[in-house]
Design a protein. Structure first.
Ligand code: UDP
Length: 333
């Protein structure tokens, strides 16, 4: 099949491209390289550098390539930044989705696998969180993804575009070969920051809040291995291929770990001292997010085999320790 991967130079998108190519698919990547890295693009993928909000550019790619399905990873995804720059999130994410769907309608492409997020549940009243939990985002990032889901839903009704929306919990880890991994600039995510501290590239990690209503006072998240996450995308593609209807799945490990527990596990995996400092709560952070991903397991046959926190941290550590400067030379953000 011929698959267009938007954001295929980014952390999660690049892992999708590698697995699609492993499976023998023909892959076309679009990325504006604002946060992605050219070196993360698989050498066998066809690469176009450009922005999905640029209609002329996007339409030209749909015209040149015969695309059968779209994987959409091209979005801004930082909770903290979204609180400071909400309009950036609505423009890139929501408007980007609108232009993409217009191009898909024009080119008669009917299938999309969409990267959604647990952030659209906000502060849930009940955990674990199932797909029918009320959506109530506590930050513009989650709100923008919720709006994107709604736009696809209406596009389905009028234009027959079939979708699977995958609501990610905390994605981490790296491909087992450590060829690709996580490299954000600036880095804001917990596991890379812990591991950069283990490498001595940071003096300490700041724990954002220790007064949450959780057993050790630090936030609890559900960590899912990026390779397991991509398995679910491939299963979702097969599901649409077989005529599956539009649907939404939570992707997580069904277990929660606190920030302190993650730091402790990283100390064991790396054998390094990882100094910490207490900090203020980060605005927009819910205290506890734990998935119920029973629906994906049952309906897609998803079987995440790498999503223990030890395996996630081990694979991330292999990447960070073999590429201490990530994809680029010089300082990390
Ligand atoms: N976190 C932290 N210190 C950091 C980065 C993150 O304490 O330097 C916490 C953050 O408050 C959240 C958890 O780690 O509770 C996971 O944050 P991350 O940014 O990795 O993912 P998010 O949950 O925002 O998607």
């Amino acid at each position: 099949m011929s698959i267009l991967v938007l954001g295929g130079a980014g952390y999660i998108g690049s892992h999708a491209v590698y697995q699609l190519i492993d499976r023998g698919e023909h892959v076309i990547v679009i990325d504006n390289l604002e946060t992605g890295h050219q070196k993360a693009v698989h050498p066998e993928a066809i690469f176009y550098q450009g922005d999905i909000r640029d209609k002329t550019f996007l339409y030209s790619v749909f015209e040149k390539e015969s695309i059968e399905a779209v994987f959409h990873f091209a979005a801004n995804s930082l909770v903290g930044e979204s609180m400071e720059k909400p309009l950036k999130y609505f423009h890139n994410n929501v408007y980007g989705m609108q232009v993409l769907l217009e191009a898909m309608v024009e080119a008669d492409v009917k299938r999309i696998i969409f990267s959604s997020t647990a952030a659209l549940y906000g502060e849930p009243a009940v955990v674990p969180i199932s797909e029918d939990t009320i959506t109530n985002p506590t930050n513009p990032y989650g709100e923008s993804k919720l709006m994107m889901e709604k736009i696809i839903k209406w596009a389905e009704k009028s234009y027959g575009i079939h979708y699977v929306s995958l609501r990610y919990f905390n994605v981490a880890g790296a491909r087992g070969t450590a060829e690709i991994g996580e490299d954000h600039r600036p880095e804001t995510h917990l596991i890379p920051i812990i591991l950069q501290t283990a490498l001595g590239k940071r003096s300490h990690i700041v724990v954002f809040g220790d007064d949450y209503d959780t057993p050790d006072g630090t936030c609890i998240r559900d960590y899912v291995h990026v390779e397991d996450l991509i398995d679910a995308h491939l299963l979702a593609l097969d599901y649409l291929e077989k005529g599956g209807t539009n649907t939404v799945y939570n992707l997580g490990s069904n277990e929660g770990f606190s920030v302190n527990e993650m730091i402790e596990t990283a100390r064991k995996v790396t054998g390094k001292d990882i100094p910490t400092q207490k900090g203020e709560r980060r605005q927009g952070d819910p205290s506890t997010l734990i998935a119920s991903s029973e629906k994906a397991r049952k309906e897609l046959g998803w079987n995440p085999t790498r999503s223990t926190v030890q395996q996630i941290i081990q694979d991330a550590w292999n990447w960070h320790s073999s590429k201490p400067n990530g994809y680029e030379k010089g300082e990390l953000g």
